[in-house]
Write a protein that binds this ligand. Structure first.
Ligand code: SF4
Length: 281
């Protein structure tokens, strides 16, 4: 695969994950996809982006992987749901790409974040990439919905300096409606990270009418504070920057008419997390 010219046609770098990318891995035979997932020697990526200040401490390079088992109603990047929309990238190419930034990242006290999609859909590739990043002296972060945390051994977790854990909703039925999946495995993963004192930042997308219920937020804040390892909470107001992707992909976007939360709602939500003793940004 390394010498396959198709693998080198598409630029790995994107200005942002909001570039629509589709069908870039469709030509890869199924047997090779299976082999890649089993070995982790090839992955499927939407892109690499640079200069992020919101995906972990300092300035980050972010690898956006394709493939996700959730179907969040507010997803900003539905083109990452299907793994085959991503660029097939050998581990060596991804490591070379990351290596370009190693000195800058170390000087700026930044790091490397793997996001998606849900990166743990390709957990072997992710672990090999994070291992390579740590070997370069780069801080590593994993942005995950947590549902596949069970795929990671304790040894694997050593390769991750920080977990950015997305908890989509506290109420179980609401979580199912919002994502299509149960929250149980997510909360189990949160508890496991807490038991081993792994640093976590919680990410919570605030969606009016969906995730702004004050009682649910208070319960989530209580749970989060009780874990004891959550260093900060990022409250992320809904935005509509990815809405065009739903339209172009021909998927029904149910939140089209939902306005971003008001400043007061955002502040009230942050206050509930703070009241539980958490640092909020
Ligand atoms: S987990 Fe992330 S990538 Fe997956 S559907 Fe939800 S928002 Fe989109």
């Amino acid at each position: 695969m390394e010498n396959d010219p198709k693998l080198h046609q598409v630029a790995l770098e994107a200005k942002s994950p909001f570039e629509l990318r589709v069908d870039l891995g469709r030509h890869v035979p199924e047997t090779e996809v299976r082999a890649a997932l089993a070995s982790g020697d090839m992955g499927f990526l939407h892109s690499f982006t640079t200069g992020s200040a919101v995906d972990g401490p300092g300035v980050r390079v972010v690898a956006w992987l394709t493939g996700c088992q959730f179907r969040c109603l507010y997803c900003h990047n539905p083109d990452t749901w299907n793994m085959m929309n991503g660029v097939p990238v050998t581990l060596e190419r991804a490591k070379t790409q990351l290596g370009k930034y190693r000195h800058g990242l170390r000087i700026m006290k930044g790091g490397f974040t793997v996001s998606g999609g849900e990166p743990l859909m390709q957990h072997r590739f992710v672990l090999k990439l994070l291992t390579a990043a740590q070997a370069m002296g780069i801080h590593t972060a994993l942005d995950t919905n947590g549902c596949l945390g069970v795929r990671l051994t304790d040894q694997d977790l050593e390769r991750i300096d920080l977990v950015l854990l997305d908890i989509k909703a506290w109420d179980q039925e609401r979580h199912r409606q919002l994502t299509g999946m149960d929250s149980g495995p997510v909360l189990d993963f949160a508890r496991r990270l807490a038991a081993r004192r792994s640093p976590v930042w919680l990410r919570y997308v605030l969606v009016p009418g969906w995730t702004d219920d004050p009682d649910d937020i208070a319960r989530l804040a209580e749970f989060t504070a009780g874990l004891g390892n959550v260093e900060r909470v990022d409250v992320l107001p809904l935005h509509q920057m990815g809405a065009f992707k739903w339209k172009q992909l021909g998927i029904d976007y149910k939140l089209q008419d939902v306005e971003p939360p008001s400043k007061e709602t955002v502040e009230r939500t942050c206050a509930r997390f703070r009241a539980a003793g958490l640092k909020v940004y």
